[in-house]
Design a protein around this ligand. Structure first.
Ligand code: APR
Ligand code: PHB
Length: 392
């Protein structure tokens, strides 16, 4: 069976779904293809920090009601080292805030809005391939329900994440990849307990990094630095709490509120950028083109920014036939991507124990944290990057 649409979107993550929704609001049709099931994409636990700009775009797009009700607005974060806690006051330093609201909740809100508007989303597709992206009539082939399907379109949006097929459709030497892998991962848990803190706590300790985040009044998210090759089965609940208590300890006896651990997973830490983010009529957006380590909480927000830039360019093309904004897409997005890459790498480097680091390097990290928490200029640099720089 052959379908015809204006934009064929591969991947129903935040990038693909938001793109489809924003295009629809501008009267542009799309079809979304997703390898996983709806249940799967709506329940996979990912990050949860939304920049104010992300909150604004979701709200303007009419998918922000539940986020407004259930998300938590945080006006700062805590940095903890040497047993002391220091607040970075986003509100005072930038006038902006972040919202903690899980990525899979954003996905649920977007899927619901798309289906309510009668969108075509194929879940559980297989064998996706992209064709003719350097012509004016690209197409996507895939199988669904055992049948061969073709989507003919004007543009293909590669929103299929880091392990998707779209990036490879921009071959070397046109495409250049920049990659950096960190010698540690994050062990993440979900805990049934009340919040341990009213704002996120990022901690550096001689035993490694730890992070206290939240999901709801009764469910908390916490992470600790681990060996990237470690396995969940090596971490008993006891071992996790012992480690979290040690790394998060303060001189005045602070301890995380413990509870039943209902989920454990290990997150790899890497930085990655593919350039350019476009070949002909194929445009990459989100994790398909770039990955950041989670320390700066930028992954989802970068996907949203790519989509905002791409939507303006596609709308301008369909209204006027002009291609200038399409031509600018990759350069504009990459400028923001590299800023976020630097910020995420910097936060990661400041807050983790590197296996080969000596005491000298640890002292440098402490000095950097001391500077960030005592100089207004340094705190402001962290704050403006964390809450998100304006789209320019
Ligand atoms: N065909 C169709 N869909 C695919 C294919 C394929 N060949 N390969 C992957 N997918 C789907 C995945 O199953 C996933 O649902 O594409 C989707 C990509 O979504 P994400 O990985 O969430 O990427 P993105 O939308 O760019 O969002 C970036 O997600 O990984 C987090 O931390 C990251 O917050 C960031 C955000
Ligand atoms: C999360 O809540 O999952 C989270 C918060 C902050 C980060 C990364 C992840 O930097």
């Amino acid at each position: 069976m052959t379908y015809r649409t204006q934009v064929g979107i591969i991947g129903a993550g935040p990038a693909g779904l938001l793109l489809s929704h924003l295009l629809h609001l501008q009267g542009i049709e799309s079809i979304v293809l997703e390898t996983r099931s709806r249940g799967d994409i709506e329940s996979t636990i990912r990050a949860g920090v939304l920049e104010q700009g992300t909150v604004e775009i979701l709200t303007e797009a009419g998918v922000g009601d539940r986020m407004k009700r259930e998300g938590f607005v945080h006006r700062g974060i805590h940095l903890r080292f040497n047993g002391r806690t220091h607040r970075i006051d986003f509100d005072e330093l930038t006038g902006r805030a972040i919202t903690v609201y899980a990525q899979h909740e954003v996905i649920k809100d977007l899927v619901q809005a798309r289906l309510k508007a009668g969108a075509t989303i194929f879940f559980g597709v297989e064998g996706v391939s992209v064709h003719g992206v350097e012509t004016a009539r690209p197409s996507i082939r895939f199988t669904h329900d055992g049948g061969e399907r073709v989507v003919e379109c004007d543009f293909v949006a590669g929103c299929d994440g880091f392990h998707g097929v779209c990036r490879a459709a921009i071959p070397s030497p046109v495409r250049k990849d920049y990659a950096h892998v960190y010698p540690f991962g994050w062990f993440g848990i979900l805990v049934e307990a009340p919040p341990s803190s009213d704002e996120l706590i990022y901690a550096l300790h001689e035993r490694g990094f730890a992070l206290v985040s939240t999901r709801s009044p009764t469910l908390q998210r916490m992470y600790l630095q681990c060996d990237p090759k470690d396995e969940v089965k090596n971490w008993s609940d006891d071992r996790i709490w012992t480690e979290l208590r040690a790394r998060l300890a303060t001189r005045d006896g602070w301890e995380p509120v413990e509870g039943r651990i209902v989920q454990k997973n290990i997150v790899a830490m890497r930085s990655f950028v593919a350039e350019p983010m476009r070949l002909g009529r194929l445009f990459l957006a989100g994790d398909a083109a770039h990955i950041v380590p989670p320390t700066g909480a930028k992954g989802l927000n970068l996907a949203v920014t790519d989509v905002r830039i791409l939507v303006s360019a596609l709308v301008d093309f369909f209204r006027t036939g002009r291609e200038e904004l399409l031509d600018e897409y990759s350069g504009k997005s990459l400028r923001r991507v590299w800023r976020a890459e630097h910020f995420s790498w910097w936060m990661t480097s400041m807050l983790h124990r590197f296996p080969d680091a000596d005491d000298f390097q640890h002292r440098l990290q402490i000095s950097q944290l001391d500077y960030v928490t005592s100089s207004r200029a340094a705190a402001q640099t962290l704050a403006e990057n964390y809450v998100g720089l304006p789209l320019s």
